[in-house]
Design a binder for this molecule. Structure first.
Ligand code: TPP
Ligand code: MG
Length: 320
């Protein structure tokens, strides 16, 4: 595929921003600043960011508990993201959601449920509304490899296929569900893609260290979905660089494999591409890094100095 230089530069900047945000999250968690616990998405950023580069302004995004800062690619600011993570009034959900449940309805960010998989049904509800209203919106629906075995995910995939709903199911296959390796718990090597045929959906499998390959596959599948053909599956093969959550000693996996997997770095690989192709130079990248670092420091400061939600507002936003 031929890419515009702008698209590649934008993809690189977003990928780097989210890498640095995920690293910042680890840093502030270690300082005891984050209520609740985090699931670092360092190393898996391209699985989230490259598909979102094919997104139109009003499309829906259903994320997961991992790479939570990917919401930034939908236009939500780091100020609002970090304020939500620190459970402050200025956060996306006024501190009600916290780190694992960032939502922003006006940007199409429909949130993430605590019970894995059930939000897939919510995501296809959004797709059903888009089809009914003929508003052209599609849904980017992410789940992990472990979650892709949940019954409600399959019920949702079946219904999406029958009703030809505009959904891209994206499987972030980082090989683990907490301590369980997918090879021991899932009957097929590609938990998302290998089951797509059961619902008559097209599927692609790509490696998450190659952001442009992820983008190509996402573009092909979202063009197919936008043309009214119904849902599709994109599976991105990744590796969870850190533990399931911070503090996880990872005694269940081989340190040498983890070290090898760290070499498959989506940010470093795209950085090489933009330098080799003269899209950005080393000074551009250095400046970009400094600007993002400053933006993240300011976001943390904004979050820390923001007010707590007013206890009197505790029932705001409840339906019943
Ligand atoms: C229904 C349900 N079962 C179990 C959990 C606890 N849990 C939280 S994250 C997780 C692992 C999920 O694995 P995967 O879908 O591969 O996502 P990953 O954590 O690897 O990104 C589990 C079992 C949950 N939140 N919901
Ligand atoms: Mg997983």
């Amino acid at each position: 595929m031929k890419y515009s230089e702008k698209m590649v530069a934008d993809l690189y900047k977003e990928l780097l921003s989210v890498r640095m945000a995920e690293e910042k999250l680890v840093e502030i968690y270690a300082l005891g600043k984050v209520p609740g616990h985090i699931h670092s998405g360092v190393g898996e950023e391209a699985a989230y960011i490259a598909p979102l580069m094919t997104r139109n302004e009003n499309d829906y995004y259903k994320g997961t508990h991992r790479v939570v800062s990917a919401v930034h690619a939908t236009g939500v600011t780091f100020n609002e993201i970090f304020a939500e993570i620190l459970a402050k009034e200025t956060g996306t959900s006024h501190g009600r959601g916290g780190v694992n449940h960032i939502a922003r309805m006006d940007k199409g960010v429909i949130g993430t449920a605590g019970s894995l998989g059930v939000d897939t049904e919510v995501a296809i509800g959004a797709a059903l509304s888009a089809k009914y209203l003929e508003n052209g919106r599609i849904v980017y629906c992410y789940n992990g490899d472990g979650t892709h075995s949940r019954g409600n995910v399959h019920e949702a995939m079946n219904m999406a296929a029958i009703w030809k709903l505009p959904v891209l199911f994206i499987c972030d296959d980082n090989q683990f569900a907490i301590s369980a390796n997918h090879a021991n718990t899932i009957s097929v090597p590609n938990p998302g893609a290998d089951r797509a045929a059961g619902y008559g959906m097209p599927a692609r499998v790509v490696h998450g260290d190659d952001a442009l390959a992820v983008y190509d596959a996402a573009k092909e599948l979202t063009d197919y979905i936008r043309a009214g053909n119904g849902p599709a599956v994109l599976e991105v093969k990744c590796y969870r660089w850190r533990g399931h959550f911070e503090g996880d000693q990872c005694a269940y996996r081989d340190k040498e494999i983890t070290e090898e997997e760290h070499k498959k770095d989506c940010v470093a690989n795209l950085e090489k591409y933009v330098l080799d192709n003269g899209i950005l130079n080393a000074e551009d990248i250095e400046l970009m890094r400094r600007e993002i670092a400053l933006e993240l420091d300011q976001a943390v400061e904004f979050a820390e100095t923001s007010p707590e939600p007013d206890p009197d507002s505790i029932f705001d936003g409840l339906y019943a």
